[in-house]
Design a protein around this ligand. Structure first.
Ligand SMILES: O=P(O)(O)OC[C@H]1O[C@H](OP(=O)(O)OP(=O)(O)O)[C@H](O)[C@@H]1O
Ligand SMILES: Nc1nc2[nH]cnc2c(=O)[nH]1
Ligand SMILES: [Mg+2]
Length: 185
């Protein structure tokens, strides 16, 4: 699959690369200001958050530390069951630390709701969330999201870390896929 193949799989671009990069810079400026003089650990949730983490970290002026978690939702055959298994835990002890969890998307909100609860049980100084995208269903789960990039409609999106069958994560923008990719046309 080359770039031309990826392009023909697209239905439309929802958020362009320029829009994404401008928003990341805006969020980074707020984070720089809010955590000025503090020791911040940013935690990316693998794999979706890799692009946001990489861009956000480089846009920040704070000397942050970076760590990663990998989690997997399981149970009842649905991805967002709310039951989460830790596949890779933090390498860092977060007791007394300011933690900012970085995500690509909040859909049902179940992954982050579980994760924040889990991290808070480790007695950090604070836990906040930064997510590039949020879908309308997220309102059903009460999670406090301090930094949000874009509120998007309830569509399946790909790119900028988000995959369909592990592909399209490397697109630099957010888009939707043509029906033929799903085998519908
Ligand atoms: O709000 P929710 O309904 O819980 O869904 C959001 C989560 O789902 C996706 O990850 P996924 O578990 O597909 O794994 P990935 O990050 O490796 O793509 C996305 O990256 C979020 O982590
Ligand atoms: N790729 C992708 N993964 C998701 N996980 C939850 N919502 C989405 C979405 O819209 N796209
Ligand atoms: Mg994810």
């Amino acid at each position: 699959m080359d770039a031309a193949d990826m392009d023909k799989d697209l239905a439309r671009v929802l958020i362009s690369e320029d829009e994404l990069q401008a928003k990341i810079k805006e969020l980074a400026a707020r984070i720089d200001e809010d955590y000025a003089g503090q020791d911040l650990l940013i935690v990316g949730v693998l794999k979706g958050a890799v692009m946001v983490m990489a861009d956000l970290a480089r846009a920040l002026h704070l000397p942050v530390q970076m760590d990663w978690m990998a989690v997997s939702s399981y149970g009842a055959g649905t991805k967002s069951s709310g039951v989460v298994r830790v596949l890779k835990d933090l390498d860092t002890d977060i007791a007394g630390r300011h933690v900012l969890v970085v995500e690509d998307i909040i859909d049902s909100g179940l992954t982050l709701s579980w994760l924040v609860h889990n991290l808070k049980s480790r007695n950090p100084a604070s836990v906040e969330i930064c997510a590039a995208l949020r879908k309308p269903d997220a309102v059903k789960v009460p999670i406090d999201v301090k930094y949000i990039g874009f509120d998007i409609p309830n569509e399946f999106v790909i790119g900028y870390g988000l995959d369909y069958a592990e592909r399209y994560r490397n697109l630099p923008f957010i888009g939707t896929l043509a029906p033929h990719v799903y085998g519908e046309a």
